[in-house]
Design a protein around this ligand. Structure first.
Ligand code: TLP
Length: 344
């Protein structure tokens, strides 16, 4: 059975054009800096986000980890949102591998970090305390509902941090969703921050990889740390080639995923057993099951699967549905009908 898979946009598969580009990709040994496809992807990526240089990494998790390890030494502190992916879903890697202390601050409902609240967390120079070095911001913010940060907020965050001797990293796993949703260029969002990662393997459909971007000096150091982590790849041009197609052809169409997420949300909103968070800002629809629903989320997952629809619970009564390239209008209709039948 061909499933309608709404569990994440990470389930996207390479398009036929990507597979062709992968087959034909010129390659070399990227640890020597010799892979033309990787080099091209890194240049394209850096230009797209307005940074001097880029580094191809196997995952968003590794991109965030490397960035934080460049910005912080052992015993230094990073300020992060309490619901940030780096805090919740990256295995505590920044402390496990980098000895970096995380200071967590509850996000505003839109995923931003309030500047006055950050201010209160910045530590004075004191031997008893870790040294505050950086702030990390997520854009779009996954657990806050796929919310995006505006260029204005990011400019004020960057200026605030720099005036206090701090740097800013942006986990832009879905940076292009944030850009397309606001009709701005990704570089407007990335301009105020010191480093940014974005994923090729989510809504952009490439099979593997993310790009970490920043200044030339930052990327030189990041390359070294990627090697420490075992992330130096050899003929990685085979996968970078799909990333090039992703960047060149898949960004603008993200607007269609956002429109379908809204259609899906509108349809689900008609079902009394569903308590929708609100209209989705990008490609994620979050909702809770009403108390009247006697099924557990696992039972709902199983019944939807029987109908050929894969959905994923993110809490005891909570679901997140993610639209992407492989979700068309028919899939949206079938999903709404599926929930109606299962919950009705
Ligand atoms: N997110 C995945 C899961 O890990 C939850 C998903 O299905 O949404 N930053 C953000 C904001 C992310 O959402 C993710 C992946 C990552 C980083 C990590 O990317 P990968 O999976 O490439 O390590």
């Amino acid at each position: 059975m061909e499933y309608i898979d709404l569990r994440s946009d990470t389930v996207t598969q390479p398009t036929p054009e990507m597979r062709e580009a992968m087959a034909k990709a010129p390659v070399g040994d990227d640890v020597f800096g010799d892979d033309p496809s990787v080099n091209r992807l890194q240049e394209l990526a850096a230009a797209r986000v307005g940074k001097e240089a880029g580094l191809f990494v196997p995952s968003g998790t590794m991109g965030n980890l490397i960035a934080i390890l460049v910005h912080c030494g052992r015993g230094d502190e990073a300020i992060l949102g309490a619901r940030a992916h780096t805090v919740l879903y990256e295995g505590g890697g920044i402390s496990y591998l980098g000895g970096v202390h995380s200071r967590q601050l509850m996000e505003q409902p839109d995923g931003s970090l309030a500047l006055e609240e950050i201010e209160a967390l910045i530590r004075p120079e004191d031997v008893h305390q870790p040294s505050t070095r950086m702030i990390s911001i997520e854009n779009t913010h996954n657990r806050c509902g796929g919310t995006f940060q505006t260029p204005e907020y990011l400019r004020s965050l960057g200026a605030f941090a720099h005036a206090r001797g701090l740097v800013v990293h942006m986990d832009g796993a879905r940076l292009f969703n944030a850009a397309v949703a606001q009709n701005v260029e990704a570089r407007e969002l990335a301009g105020p921050v010191d480093s940014v990662t974005f994923c090729l393997s989510k809504g952009l459909c490439a099979p593997v990889g993310s790009v970490l971007c920043g200044s030339r000096a930052f990327i030189d150091r990041a390359r070294h740390i990627r090697k420490h982590l075992g992330g130096g790849m050899r003929q990685a041009g085979v996968i970078a080639a799909a990333g090039i197609v992703a960047l060149e052809t898949m960004v603008e169409r993200l607007a269609a995923d956002h429109a379908r997420a809204r259609n899906l949300a509108e349809g689900l909103n008609e079902i009394p057993q569903i308590q929708l968070d609100g209209m989705p800002p990008t490609n994620m629809v979050f909702f809770n099951l009403a108390d009247s629903v006697k099924l557990t989320v696992e039972q709902v997952e199983a019944k939807m699967r029987e109908r050929g629809i894969l959905v994923h619970a993110t809490g005891k009564r909570r679901f997140r549905l993610v639209t992407h390239y492989w979700i068309d209008d028919v899939a949206v209709e079938k999903t709404i009908a599926g929930f109606e039948a299962v919950l009705g």
